[in-house]
Design a protein around this ligand. Structure first.
Ligand SMILES: *[C@@H]1O[C@H](CO)[C@@H](O)[C@H](O)[C@H]1NC(C)=O
Ligand SMILES: *[C@@H]1O[C@H](CO)[C@@H](O)[C@H](O)[C@H]1NC(C)=O
Length: 293
């Protein structure tokens, strides 16, 4: 590959998709700064990362002072590509989640990436070049039972990127939202469930036996997530994301995995149904043209 050598900043680079993207970017000859909350653990999990030129930084976007820290790193390393991977999923019902748990989810999945994007934009603006990449999820467009908090955080941060793509179009900065389906990563170890209802498996009595309980069961270790459901290969995903940045892309959202394609088709179908079902009403609610305002 003869693409220009770029400076990548990847949050949550020590595991999961972040790890695969970091590996693919290094293999493609790029400079990679990986952030992690625990460098010694990251080094242990990724023994070859530093050997091939990767640089670890102990940074947590979810901390209140992350803007200043990321701003410093963005300037020092003249960042071209920001990839936000760090995150976790809370799984639990609307009635069962506490406000504290909801805020914690937003702090990590929404405010965290928001701070890093704000911190990197000035560096990218100054050179009229940059890529802002968000690793979202199918849950960033589709909300399933038990995913109220996770989907809320992902919908919200996707909205930021959807607004941003228009704001920075003329400044030479590109935006990419990646929506993976179920990939074979350790992400399932970063799932939280309701503390209030911990003694009853993360679910309150009225929801026993429901779809919600099925989702919570899948996530809380009561049932192993069947491995055949985790079909996505993280390394393939990593390579496709690096390739998109190197070769260019003309879309905002990159869908990854046949499971996510099917879910997306279904969601778009249900949106189309709602639009068709309410089109007549929608078209009838303007003020009458001869009505005085
Ligand atoms: C970092 O990870 C190591 C294990 O690799 C652990 O011993 C240590 O306590 C962790 N540090 C923090 C601050 O969590
Ligand atoms: C969830 O797991 C519990 C404990 O194993 C089990 O009793 C319950 O039937 C499961 N619920 C559903 C909806 O599968």
């Amino acid at each position: 590959m003869t693409a220009r050598r770029l400076s990548w900043l990847i949050t949550g680079a020590s595991s999961g998709l972040g790890q695969s993207i970091a590996t693919a970017a290094l293999q493609a000859g790029h400079k990679v700064i990986g952030t992690t909350r625990n460098v010694s653990q990251a080094e242990r999990l990724n023994p070859t990362f530093a050997e091939v030129g990767g640089i670890w930084m102990q940074l947590d976007p979810a901390q209140k002072d992350a803007y200043d820290q990321f701003s410093k790193v963005a300037k020092e390393h003249d960042i071209d590509v920001l990839v936000n991977c760090a995150g976790y999923a809370f799984v639990g019902g609307v009635e069962d989640i506490s406000e504290e748990e909801l805020r914690a989810q937003m702090e990590v999945n929404f405010y965290g990436p928001f701070r890093t994007v704000q911190a990197c934009l000035p560096v990218m603006r100054a050179k009229s070049f940059g890529h802002v990449v968000l690793i979202s999820s199918g849950a960033g467009f589709i909300a399933r039972p038990g995913r109220c908090a996770y989907s809320a955080s992902k919908f919200a941060i996707e909205a930021v990127h959807e607004a941003l793509v228009h704001e920075v179009k003329s400044l030479g900065i590109k935006v990419l939202i990646v929506e993976p389906g179920a990939f074979r990563t350790q992400f399932s170890t970063r799932i939280m469930t309701s503390a209030t209802h911990a003694s009853t498996g993360g679910i309150s009595e009225p929801y026993k036996g429901s779809e919600l309980e099925k989702m919570v069961n899948l996530s809380s270790g009561h049932t192993e997530i069947p491995v055949h459901l985790l079909r996505g290969c993280p390394d393939k995903a990593g390579r496709e994301i690096v390739k998109a940045v190197d070769d260019g892309y003309d879309y905002l959202r990159m869908i990854l995995g046949p499971d996510c394609v099917a879910a997306m088709d279904q969601k778009i179908g249900s949106l189309q149904h709602d639009l068709d079902a309410t089109r007549k009403i929608a078209m009838s609610t303007d003020i009458d043209t001869n009505e005085k305002v």
